[in-house]
Design a protein. Sequence first.
Length: 255
Amino acid sequence: MNGRGEAARPADLRPRIDLGQKSPGYAIYAIGDVHGCLKELLEAEARIAADMAASNLPGLVVLLGDYVDRGPDSSAVLSHLAKPSAAGLRRLALCGNHDDMFLKFIEDPRSVLTWLDFGGRETLMSYGIDIENLQKRDKVDVVALKRLLDETVPAAHIDFLRNMPSALRLGEHLFVHAGVRPGLPLEEQSEEDLLWIREPFISRGPQLPMIVVHGHTPVQEPDIGPGRIGIDTCAYATGRLTVLKLFQGETSLIC
């Protein structure tokens, strides 16, 4: 990551934000994978707002990606996050692999039809698109589907999906959806790994002088591994959307 706050990268890759090496004077609240669970997201934000009011300190909410797919309200989640917080929360939403696939599907359904079986059907239903009506003999009418997507998905949702960064570095912490390739300098990390990696990151950790806070790999409880903290507690199946608070070297859960 360079001194201007972004990694050196090709122009078509997502930005990687660097807010400096020093620990901030405010709390960071990291939210795990949302996956179309609007109710759980609103409850998580209410818990954060209450904690900020009780501590009388400002905070930054960092969402770790995967706002769409699998859960029932993907469209509503994007509508909520694409607007300023009604509670006055300062939010930064990182991109997850499901969000990236959805954007690619909007742009060219033919290129990622496998997304439909990856949670995409539920996302389309949240926009009122029933994919079953566009299938004939197990083939999808992609021309009709593209027309429906262009008519149905709001421009604000597309802008939100396009503009999300893939990583945030703040103090000794790196926030990212999936993880990093162990031992590889940040400026050399691929976007594919930032959005998709599991092993060897899960077992070996980043092997870098930082702690990585991530989602992507489902766990029953927040998972503290070597140099990493995983907080994807599978909200769409469990109803538990984890919020991790980091402040002055201490971590806690906001329940």
